[in-house]
Design a protein around this ligand. Structure first.
Ligand code: NDP
Ligand code: GDR
Length: 323
């Protein structure tokens, strides 16, 4: 029998890769999409005719109940969020409402409408924040460092709570940073690959950055959405860390991107306090042994390959504007 899935945040980076994956597995895919004055469809343009879009918003309970009714989803992937850490200091209340309470709205819609549906919550390594142990695993205590991280901790625990209170199949994937050519341009990887391509093509002269010493565990979004799907195919619902187990600095990211276009990054990069955060997460490094053993998940794309893939994609997108 054909399975159906509902993806919130389908127009985002992960939503688009997950929709592709589920379509390739023969799922009927429904995507929750916000009403916007101009449609934001770039990531899903190539599959828009295969997805059934339902208008709704994580802040509007009725629309979520309708979405579960219309889709009759067997699997619900809650990927929607205000997902940019930087903005979470500027819009902290909104971030709490969407990224935190929005999870309860979604869980309630499932509980009231189709409690047997399987539920995935997009938790984050940002919950570890000012890390209390390294590497971080499922049992590492949380210490969030931004309104975004705090909201994700709430979303994480409400998912665990609904699993334990209502016996729902609700999982939380604690995913470390994952990137792709579809990443929003404000996130550091895409900001750097976009800038390297622009500078190479003569469209920009400099790149203003924040903290170059921050360390992250960066993987490829296309690999990570496979873990989300696997989490909903198990006998019991559980929570899993998904990561590469490798850590790099922002400076290394910059070096790889600029080297790829034969430029010396030191000639173009300026550190600007405007991009330094009020509270920083200095390092994140994940231990995904549990996911490897129980889900059989593994990453395929390495860090250098990822950065080069992103620069190449930005060069192609921008080459028509070359001066
Ligand atoms: P994106 O920012 O690319 O996508 C977020 C999506 O959420 C967009 O489709 C956006 O819609 C939608 N959205 C935002 N607010 C609302 C709302 N109020 N109602 C309905 N939809 C809304 O994020 P990613 O794809 O990178 O991440 C997916 C999820 O995983 C997020 O929850 C993120 O916090 C989490 N996460 C991401 C990681 C990463 O490294 N990428 C790591 C760990 C967790 P629109 O297009 O209209 O703006
Ligand atoms: P992050 O991603 O906050 O880890 O959240 P981001 O790419 O924004 O920052 C990573 C690190 O780079 C440093 N940095 C800069 N960041 C940005 N955006 N712009 C800059 O100019 C810059 N200079 C240095 C940051 O200070 C930070 O240390 C991402 C999001 O996808 C979340 O939704 C997700 O939950 C986590 O990853 C895991």
């Amino acid at each position: 029998m054909t399975k159906s899935a509902l993806i919130t945040g389908v127009t985002g980076q992960d939503g688009s890769y997950l929709a592709e994956l589920l379509l390739s597995k023969g799922y009927k895919v429904f995507g929750l999409r916000r009403r916007t004055s101009t449609p934001i469809m770039e990531n899903v343009e190539h599959i828009k005719n295969e997805i059934e879009f339902i208008e709704g918003d994580l802040l509007d309970q009725g629309s979520l109940i309708s979405a579960i009714r219309i889709s009759n989803a067997d699997e619900v992937y809650n990927l929607a969020a205000q997902s940019f850490v930087g903005t979470s200091w500027e819009q902290s209340v909104l971030t709490g409402q969407v990224t935190g309470i929005g999870v309860t709205n979604m869980l309630e819609a499932v509980r009231l409408t189709k409690p047997e549906a399987r539920f995935y919550q997009a938790s984050s390594s940002e919950m570890f924040g000012k890390v209390v142990e390294t590497p971080q695993k499922e049992t590492t205590p949380f210490y969030p460092r931004s309104p975004y991280g705090v909201a994700k901790v709430y979303g994480h625990w409400i998912t665990v709570n609904y699993r334990e209170s209502f016996d729902m199949y609700a999982c939380s994937g604690i995913l470390f940073n994952h990137e792709s050519p579809r990443r929003g341009v404000e996130f550091v990887t895409r900001k750097v690959t976009d800038a390297a391509a622009r500078i190479k093509l003569g469209l920009e002269k400099e790149l203003r950055m924040g903290n170059l010493d921050a360390k992250r565990d960066w993987g490829f979004a296309g690999d990570y959405v496979k873990a989300m799907h696997l989490m909903l195919q198990q006998e019991y619902a559980d929570d899993y860390v998904i990561s590469t187990g490798e850590m790099h600095t922002v400076q290394e990211l910059v070096e790889i991107a600029f080297n790829y276009v034969d430029l010396n990054w030191k000639d173009y990069v300026i550190v600007d306090p405007k991009f330094v955060r009020p509270a920083e997460v200095d390092l994140l490094l994940g231990d995904c042994t549990k996911a490897k053993q129980k889900l059989g998940w593994e990453q395929k794309v390495g860090f250098q390959q990822l950065v080069q893939m992103m620069v190449e994609s930005d060069l192609q997108k921008l080459s028509k504007y070359k001066v």
